[in-house]
Design a protein around this ligand. Sequence first.
Ligand SMILES: Nc1ncnc2c1ncn2[C@@H]1O[C@H](COP(=O)(O)OP(=O)(O)OP(=O)(O)O)[C@@H](O)[C@H]1O
Length: 261
Amino acid sequence: MLELNNLSVIFNEGTVNEKLALDNINLTLDPGDFVTIIGSNGAGKSTLFQAISGAVDTKSGSIILNGKDITFEPEYRRSRVIGRLFQDPLKGTAPNMTIEENLHLSNQRGKHFSLNLMSHRHRENFKEALKELDLGLEKRLDTKVGLLSGGQRQALTLLMATLVTPDLLLLDEHTAALDPKTAHKVLELSKKIVAEHDITTLMITHNMEDALKYGNKTMIMKDGKIIALIEGKKREKMTVEGLIHLYSTSSNEYTDHVLLK
Ligand SMILES: Nc1ncnc2c1ncn2[C@@H]1O[C@H](COP(=O)(O)OP(=O)(O)OP(=O)(O)O)[C@@H](O)[C@H]1O
């Protein structure tokens, strides 16, 4: 489904600020995999998402999505099949446009955009989709998105990223800026939407409990490398303490002995 082969990213190459942010990453995901990603600040988690979505150039390696080599595809083209959410709820929606207009924009992903094509049928579909969020937004289609709370906005962004089912969904600490109750609600929504559409998903989190609670695999990153990929029975039995221990004792790229199944 998603295949990363020997992927490396270097920032400021050839300068005193040179930084190997991704160091020979190898990863193969199955369709429908939901992988949570943990790792300390600067481990390379966001850079990994940037590389997959085309926001940064890769130094070497390849990215294969659904059998297609997208390594050199521009970011705008990848955005047709890759949905992405950020920590900042202000990213991903247009504040001066209404909820309906924002949804219409995302509904036309990959097509020629025109607000003129908004129809009654679309409006009804959007209402149905918004109802699923259970935030009352289906009654506020004409509200400007800039007036929504952070949680409402992030839930809407999630809906927009998945309205046209993406091949891959990248969640970059998308609930970190929300209060705990709202964060929980948006996480549960994410889980529901991902499961309903069977979307292959990567989610970065700093919350170890969430890392084990959500998804079917957990990946640990350190110094630009994947140092562990935990799945199956091992993951079922894994505790937060176990994760921390694994993180502090692993120092090398993941090999069979840390590929925990
Ligand atoms: N545009 C950039 N230019 C130069 N260095 C960068 C750039 N983006 C990231 N880096 C560096 O690459 C390394 C990896 O950063 P990255 O943001 O991927 O880490 P992260 O694991 O997402 O961290 P955090 O949890 O703090 O968000 C860091 O050392 C960071 O300073």
